[in-house]
Design a protein around this ligand. Structure first.
Ligand code: ATP
Ligand code: MG
Length: 503
């Protein structure tokens, strides 16, 4: 596709606020086509508003470029961009009526007109005439279906009507791009659903590009041409709604979009994957023995009589959901959420199977915590900004530590490992987290969590480093936790040759 076909392009955009250590938007690359409905979807604090503000021009990227039809607009102030924004808190003027609210921007706007002066054509900036303003406001109010409301006071309108005024005020300027930051956040569920359809219809009528922000996955799935799933400042996946739902790129996306069962699995020969302690046939091509994440959607789980499916289990709970029942089936220690129109009692023994096409396999982001560290002078290892107790004798077979703290090899050679660079590995289930923050010297915040059938996988961040933690206890996103790792669970590998540390 030619460059000009993209109305907006973000290239390697990163954003760090002046007083912060961390980037809140990282490595953001996105191309938006003219007329597209693109949605930024992700949990609170993941950088959606910040990205939108950079496109609008209210914030500048720390690095990277934002292109409008192929031209860098980083230096262009917001009012010179053909972009308007609708914010979550629609700041309408409470003392003005609907017409004046919508007309406000037009009244102060000046447009260039060609006039003859001394026989020469010159360009003069003039205000719009009253008639033109009236026409434009009426057209905008028509689009948001408020043509009868021109003289109404803002305070007498419902939330949904006020939101439509805010939209009319943004579209009256005839922007090429409309940015909408959680515009329906303040509305109740029913009104939200109505407004979703209306917005979609407005998008169709106007034919302009919409960039929409929400943390509601259902809203994103119903409205968008393209969804950008974000987490923690990073794009996790870009795709059409169906693609994001059917082929999530990783466990985070699978967990965030729709209901899903996520398990850690291993690839076996003959196109099989081991999950729930059984081999399930699959269609994807993955290297043998690879550790993967596997997603099973509840509606894809086939329930049959014991012994008839791939693995047996027992129904633990049952909820009626209108057209189907939602079951939690215990398969060994694992929970499997399944949907079926079949009514079965709790405690019933059943069997489950899944057709190979419905087994979605994803590459695992990380199977181990890996850090670059160094040995301190008292034989601790420094990584993730802390000096951890560790066993340095693992760096040389048959070695021990003498009373002076030197490493002594089986041949009695002595080594001073101070400042030796090492690779540090810690298994995911060996990083322990606890609520006793005061008793732990390392603390972190839970940034992400994914439930995997019989345990949770957490992403815990301290200053600049991440710990991936697997355990069966429940914490919430945002919790501050203490982090500990037992000495024997810290695996070290020397980066250079041990000879260089010989005394
Ligand atoms: N002006 C600022 N100065 C410092 N940090 C900021 C500023 N604005 C936002 N942040 C931080 O940047 C991160 C991303 O914020 P942002 O508002 O983009 O999130 P969001 O995805 O829109 O979240 P929400 O769904 O809650 O609106 C947050 O950690 C936030 O605290
Ligand atoms: Mg926001």
């Amino acid at each position: 596709m030619e460059q000009q076909d993209y109305i907006i392009e973000l290239r390697n955009v990163r954003k760090k606020f002046d007083d912060a250590d961390d980037y809140v938007v990282e490595n953001f690359n996105l191309k938006v086509k003219k007329g597209e409905f693109v949605t930024f979807l992700g949990p609170s604090g993941c950088g959606k508003t910040t990205t939108l503000r950079m496109i609008a021009g209210f914030d500048t990227p720390t690095e990277g470029e934002i292109l409008l039809k192929g031209v860098d607009i980083s230096k262009l102030p917001p009012y010179k961009r053909p972009i308007n924004t609708v914010f979550q808190k629609y700041a309408l003027f409470p003392t003005m009526n609907v017409f004046d609210n919508v007309a406000f921007g037009l009244k102060i706007k000046k447009v260039p007109v060609k006039v003859k002066k001394n026989g020469q054509e010159v360009v003069k900036m003039v205000h719009l005439t009253k008639d033109i303003i009236k026409q434009k406001v009426q057209k905008a109010l028509e689009i948001v279906d408020l043509e009868q409301f021109e003289t109404r006071d803002i305070q007498t309108l419902s939330g949904g009507q006020q939101q439509r005024v805010a939209i009319a005020r943004a579209i009256v300027n005839e922007p090429e791009i409309l940015l909408l930051d959680e515009p329906l956040g303040a509305l109740d569920l029913k009104m939200r659903k109505e407004m979703q359809l209306e917005l979609k219809e407005m998008h169709r009528k106007l034919g302009i590009t919409f960039i929409y922000v929400t943390h509601d996955q259902e809203e994103a799935l119903t409205m968008s041409d393209t969804i950008v799933v974000m987490s923690d400042g990073f794009i996790q996946q870009i795709g059409e709604p169906k693609q994001i739902y059917d082929e999530p790129a990783n466990a985070f996306v699978a967990d965030f979009i729709g209901e899903s069962n996520i398990y850690s699995g291993t690839i076996f020969p003959d196109h099989k994957v081991k999950i729930l302690n059984k081999l399930f046939p699959m269609v994807d091509d993955f290297p043998l023995h690879e550790k993967v994440d596997v997603v099973l959607r509840p509606e894809d789980i086939i329930i049959s009589k014991p012994g008839e499916g791939t693995v047996d289990g027992v129904i633990k709970s049952k909820i009626f959901k209108g057209i189907h029942y939602q079951y939690v089936i215990m398969v060994g220690k694992n929970e499997v959420t399944a949907q079926s129109t079949l009514s079965l009692p709790v405690d019933e023994k059943v069997s489950i199977s899944i057709t190979p096409e419905n087994i979605h396999i994803m590459k695992r982001d990380a199977t181990i915590n890996a850090y670059d560290g160094y040995i301190t002078k008292n034989n601790k290892v420094c990584f993730a900004e802390y000096d951890w107790e560790c066993d340095v004798t693992q760096l040389l077979k048959g070695s021990s530590i003498d009373e002076d703290g030197y490493l002594v090899g089986p041949d009695h050679k002595k080594y001073d490992l101070t400042d030796a660079e090492v690779k540090v590995d810690v298994d995911l289930n060996k990083v322990m987290i606890s609520d006793n923050v005061d008793e732990c010297e390392v603390t972190g915040q839970i940034i992400q969590m994914v439930y995997k059938g019989d345990h949770y996988q957490y992403l815990v961040r301290n200053e600049n480093d991440d710990f991936i933690v697997e355990n069966e206890w429940t914490w919430n996103e945002g919790d501050i936790v203490g982090v500990t790792i037992n000495k024997e669970d810290i695996k070290l590998k020397l980066k250079g040759d041990i000879k260089q540390y010989e005394l």
